[in-house]
Structure formats: C-alpha cells, structure tokens
Write a protein that binds this ligand. Structure first.
Ligand code: DGJ
Length: 737
C-alpha cells in the first residue's frame, strides 16, 4: 500500500520505493507537513509538527494565533490570517475581505489517478499509482479545498494538485492558487533553477539560499525562455551522485511562480503554482477551480537520481504519444535552409537530396500560406500560397511521398498578423485592451483563445490542411508572449482569468488535434524553447529545444534540459556552418553527435553543403537507427560538464538491463600539454565485462565504473567521439562503429 492512514495518530504515510512523505493533522484540523525524505519503515515523526512547543496550537494558546500560523509546517498555506510566509491560496469574499483558513474534514484513497479536467496531467494504471484526497473546508467562506496527492511508487514521484469549490451562495475571488507547498527545516540549502533567454534556454543556475524569498517566475503567458517552472533545493554536498535533493516541476505551460523562502526561524518554504501577478478568478457559487499539477521528487543520491526519476516518470506517465518509443522519421526542415524563400521546386530538390542520404521526412516550415514572404503578415490566413507551391499542397505532398519520404508542416495557430485577411474581418479576435492599440511582437498579435469561436476557427484551419493530404508531422509554433491582456468576451471581474483561460484554450485545441489525428507526430515549439514544459509533453512527445542549433551552444542548453526531460523529448538538428546564430564553425561529425542526444534531424540546404559533409550523412543516420532505442529508453548519466572547466562535455546513456552504453564526449576547447582525461561510467554491470566497439579493447564493468576510462586522441576545438560499450555476452550488432 503506497498510502496509509494511522487513525490514532491522525497521520498519512505516502511511500514510494525510496521515499516517504508524512502528513499530520493537528487537534484543530490544520493539515501539517511532517516529513519528506528517505523511506521509513514505521510511522513516526509527529513531533516534527512542534505543536508541543511554544507558541503551541491556538487550542492551547489562543492569544498567539498568528505566531503559531507563522511557524506551523503546513501542507497548504492560506493567506490573510497570520502566516506571513508565502501563501498558496489568497481569496477575497464578495465583500472584498481577504482571509481564509482550511480545516481537515475527511480523506479518500483510491487506486489510479483521476483526470484533471481540461489540464494536462500525469496518468497511471490502478497498480501503478494510488491517490489520496485530503478534503478540507473553510466554514466561514463555505469553501472546500481538496489536496490531491498521487503516489507513483516505482518512479519515486508524488504529484500534487488542488481543487477549490465554492459551496456558498456568493462569489469568491481567487487571487492566488498555487498547487504545492513544501515546508522544511533549512539544511544549508542551495537552490537550482533553469534560466536563460531566446537561444540560451535552460542554463543551470545554483545559488545558496538566502534569508527572504527567491523566486523564478513567468508572467509572459508561456513558461518562457527566461525562467523555467522548476526548482530544486539541494544540500551543499550535492553532486550527480551525492546529496539530498527536493525538486518540483510544473505540468503547465503558462504563467508560473516557483519560490523558496528562508524564514526568520531558518525554516524553508518551497511553493509552485500559477503566477499570482495578474491572476484573478471569479469563482461563482457552486463552481470549482482545478489548479494544475506539480511533480515532486526527493533524492538522497544527488541530482542524477532526480534526473532519472523525472525521465522515467515523464516517459511512462505523462507522454501519451504513440511515438514515445517508436522510431521517429529522421527529418530535414527547410527553415535554416531557405527561411521564407522557397517554392515547390526548391523543397523537392531538398527532399530528393535528403532521401538519397537516408533522411526520411521533409518538414516545410514557416512561409507556405497567405502572402507570407517575411514574418510580418498572414498569420491566421491558413490557405496555401499557390504562387510558391504551384499545384497546391496535395501535389507537393504527393511528390515528396513518391520519393519515399514522409511530409511534415509548420503552423502557428495561436496568432494573428495585423496584416491578414483574418484581422481585417475580426480585429476583435486579437487579445487587446479596448481603446489601446495592442503592442506587436514579431509584427503579430495573439488570438483570444479564451473564446470558443476563435479556437474553433484556428483549429479548423489546421485540421482542414491536415485532412487535405497525408501529412505525418506538425510543428506547432508560438512566437510571441502575451501582452495587453484583455478579452472583449470576458466581464470586467473576469479579465484576470484571461491568461489561464488562454492556456486552457491551447490545451483544448491540442487535445482535439491528437484525438482527430492519432497517428500525427506533433512537435511543440515556441520561438525555440519558450514552451518546453511538461504541459506540452502531454500532447507532443518532442519539443523544439532552442533556435540555437550550434553544437557547442547546444551542449549547455541540452545539459539543462536533460536535467529533467528525457532525451527523447529534445528536438535537436544538425545545421549549417557557420552557424546562423553564433557564426561558429564546428565539425559536421560533432553537430551530428550532439543532435543524436535528442530527436535527431537536419536543418540545412542539403543541395548546397559540401560533398564531404554530404557523404557523412548516411553514416550519421545509421547511427541514429542504431542508437535510437537506447537513447529513447535508457538511463541518462551526466558525466562531465564543459561549464565546469570549459573543456570536456560528456554524457552517457546506459540500457536499463546494463547490456550496453553509449558515451558521448565533446572536447570544447583543446588544451595544450594535457594528458588523457579520465571519466567514470555508470549504470553497468560490475560483474560483467564490456568490449569497446571498434577497438578490440575489453574492460570489466567495475573497472569502467570505479577506476574509469581514458579519453584520448580528441584533436582540436569542438572534436567529439562516441564510445559504445557492449556487454560481452551480447551479440555483436551490425552497424557503424
Ligand atoms: C521559430 C522556430 O523556433 C523556428 O524553428 C522557425 O520555425 C521559426 N519560428 C519560423 O517562424
């Protein structure tokens, strides 16, 4: 049983394979957090609520209620009555008064996990996950708050979310609804988060936790390039293998806040949820509000264990696509090859050249519709530009398929260009504040997807095209943030709902898409990686990682992304040199070795690259076929990071049965007068021996893991190499060495 309740002690015990989470209830009914950490055999730890210490619970010490609320380690803090730390729930009643207090009422335990209506969320079979609902009430507000905990034993994951129900007769105004809170004693914590910018997404950042509040947040209407809905608190000794890690990740693609607060008593409160800035939800009598889900994990074995828990969890319990473990066609995308300047002839030339080298799908990117010859028009006018695509889309798709390739297409369905027929007819469909000219970003506005008729139009545009020809893949892009937050369809007191309603609208559209086209391979994208988040993974098994396709820039971006996301989710391509973003020249081989850590594809004009490079492509695509399954399903280990010493970047993927492992090494900058470098492998069988393919060398598993392996012979800046270790009892496979 993953979830147990001890009636005598009023305590819940939630167990995963390696962790235990304990919840206690005070005499008054305050739901308290006792413990999260290594797995415990027995119940215990109730003393950690400290209710026997001053200031005591209000029952014993009514005159110091605020002092109690301000220290009690709670599961879900509500605002306005004396807990001055960050609250998770701020509510105003219909008279405008703010304040709420929730008390335990009852609980429910069920096998499996209920859906979260309208939201992406993890799932599992009845024998894989158990769910606890702790039902609380605020008797004054006549509000019910259900705290939901789903325990995934095998992956060491607990997910949390919250439902608020208005059981009274008058509206309640939700001003903040976070999804999860973790109150702990400080352990000299350091905070890890992922930060960046366009073309520099998800860099790992680590800082000592100071007194006060440290937050990462987005109010851009998307999870964003800049900050990421993820936070980990780690003990100072944390490395890949050691240290304690408490991590939270949000299954949501819109505005968020993740915050760690170190308090006066050296306690720490970590929270995550929808960003409260600009949020206001009008909860009418009888209505409920479901907050999105937070994924929680604890590791006593450093960051590596955390990473693998997230990877396993997302692969098994979040990504629904039939492509999760299927071979995805190796694609060539024409964006960096042509930008807007293409026609049928050019695309077919690229397709033909690509097919000859073993590439399997042509993806036609931005610029095929309306009058779009640059980025300043036609979003919303999703009709094929027949001046570019003579004979229309079905004709092009047929020609590509006749070559033996699949066909994919780009859309940006959430947008509207001021210069579009759609805008000329429906200017009110753009998100805007009446009387104020909305600001453009990339010469475009955002469609008001909180409105059903707007969603129906945008969805039908995409679906019509997909129904018109056999299209295997869609890249769903989103190239601007939300501003001017106003919707003419919402009443004055509901304008604060727009950003969340927008996200619900996007989710509804993507749900329709994957339902109507179940075999479609969907790749989400947002000006590179501005909406790379678990919410999007629920709909698409892969997400475009970054517009920065330079192999060296990608090392850092992919290291940060792989900290929490499986490699099978990371959109990665081999692109042209000098690189279009940073102008760097890197070996063609290294570009492929780095892209192999993701979905793998090409984004260059194959009709123009050198013969020497072209000749390498069949070998590279063969590598993809050879290692695809290992990369999609294996255990990922970060071995070395070039951000440490600006030299070696190295990662490994080991098969779960330890039958083989692939190690990728990139020498970023060559150094003079240096010896071979030692790396220690992981995830092998220490009792078995492994041959290094293509070398005749044989090593024992324990030797490779404990003594190490020497990396030598990498010559020059940006040189790279793959090392494939195969357990000796496994048959030699055909394929490149
Ligand atoms: C941003 C994407 O990240 C690019 O790959 C490309 O699709 C452009 N948008 C097209 O406008």
């Amino acid at each position: 049983m993953a979830i147990q309740f001890d009636e005598k002690r009023n305590m819940f015990k939630l167990d995963t394979k390696c962790t235990t989470y304990l919840i206690g209830i005070s005499k008054e009914g305050y739901v308290g957090h006792i413990y999260y950490g290594k797995r415990l055999k027995e119940f215990g730890g109730g003393y950690l609520l400290r209710t026997e210490e001053f200031p005591f619970t209000p029952e014993a010490n009514k005159r110091e209620k605020a002092a109690f609320l301000d220290v009690y380690p709670t599961e879900y803090p509500t605002g306005g009555l004396g807990d001055y730390r960050e609250s998770c729930l701020d509510i105003r009643n219909s008279e405008g008064y703010m304040g709420s207090e929730i008390f335990y009422k009852e609980y429910l335990v069920e096998d499996g996990k209920p859906h979260l209506p309208g939201l992406p969320a993890s799932f599992g079979e009845k024998d894989e996950v158990q769910t606890l609902q702790i039902i609380c009430e605020d008797p004054i507000l006549r509000m019910r708050v259900t705290l939901m905990y789903s325990v995934f034993e095998e992956e060491d994951i607990i997910t949390r979310s919250v439902k608020i129900e208005n059981q009274g007769e008058k509206a309640l105004h939700l001003e903040k609804v976070y999804s999860a809170c973790l109150d702990m004693d400080n352990q000299e914590f350091e905070m890890i988060d992922l930060c960046g910018s366009w073309a520099r997404e998800r860099y790992i950042q680590r800082e000592k936790l100071r007194y006060g509040r440290q937050r990462v947040s987005s109010s851009r209407g998307e999870s964003s390039h800049q900050e990421h809905p993820f936070m980990a608190l780690v003990t100072p000794d944390t490395t890949q293998e050691t240290g304690e890690v408490y991590a939270m990740h949000f299954v949501y693609s819109g505005n968020f806040t993740a915050q760690a607060e170190r308090t006066q008593f050296d306690y720490v409160r970590m929270v995550l949820g929808i960003c409260a800035e600009g949020f206001r939800w009008n909860l009418k009598a009888g209505e409920s509000f479901q907050a999105p889900e937070v994924v929680l994990t604890y590791s006593a074995e450093g960051l590596g264990k955390m990473t693998r828990s997230f990877h396993d969890f997302y692969r098994k319990h979040l990504i629904r696509s039939p492509y999760l473990y299927k071979k995805r066609p190796i694609l060539i995308n024409n964006w960096e090859a042509t930008y807007f300047d293409f026609n049928t002839e050019k695309l077919l030339a690229i397709a033909k050249g690509a097919k000859e080298q073993g590439i399997e799908m042509l993806v036609m990117d931005d610029g095929w519709f309306g009058k779009r010859n640059f980025d300043d028009s036609s979003l919303g006018d999703w009709t094929v530009n027949e001046e570019k695509l003579k004979g229309g889309l079905p004709h092009l798709v047929k020609q590509v398929r006749d070559l033996g390739m699949e066909f994919g297409i780009w859309f940006e369905p959430e947008m509207i260009s001021p210069d579009s027929d759609l805008y000329r007819v429906h200017p009110d469909w753009a998100i805007q504040i009446p009387g104020r000219e909305p600001g453009q970003i990339r010469a475009q506005y955002v469609l008001d997807l909180s409105r059903q008729e707007v969603r129906d139009y945008a969805y039908e545009c995409v679906a019509k095209i997909l129904r018109s020809a056999p299209i295997s893949y869609v890249k769903w892009d989103m190239n601007r943030q939300l501003t001017d937050l106003g919707s003419i369809a919402l009443l004055a007191d509901a304008q604060g709902e727009l950003s969340h309603r927008y996200m619900l609208g996007v989710y509804e559209m993507q749900e329709r898409l994957v339902t109507e086209f179940p075999d479609l391979l969907l790749e989400n994208c947002s000006g590179g990686g501005a909406r790379f988040d678990p919410g999007m993974l629920y709909y698409s098994p892969q997400i475009w990682c970054s517009d920065d396709t330079d192999a060296i820039e990608r090392l850092r971006i992919q290291e940060g992304t792989a900290l929490i996301y499986p490699l099978s989710a990371m959109g990665a391509h081999v692109s042209d040199c000098p690189n279009h973003i940073v102008g760097r020249r890197t070996p063609f081989e290294t570009r492929a070795n780095v892209a192999l850590a993701g979905t793998f594809g090409y984004e260059l004009d194959i009709t123009r690259i050198s013969e020497e490079e072209k000749k390498q492509i069949p070998g590279q695509t063969a590598l993809y076929h050879k290692y695809r399954e290992l990369i999609q399903k294996g255990d990922y280990y970060r071995i070395a990071s070039w951000t440490d010493k600006k030299s070696l970047d190295c990662w490994e993927v080991a098969a779960k049965d330890a039958s083989h492992a692939l190690v990728t090494c990139v020498q970023v900058l060559a150094q003079p007068n240096i010896h071979s470098r030692k790396i220690k492998l992981k995830g092998l069988d220490k009792e078995k021996t492994y041959r290094l393919e293509g070398s005749g060398e044989v090593y024992s598993g324990e030797e490779l893991m404990y003594c190490g392996f020497l990396i030598k012979g990498l010559e020059g800046d940006f040189a790279s190499r793959l090392y494939h270790f195969v357990r000796e009892d496994v048959q030699e496979e055909e394929g490149p060495q």
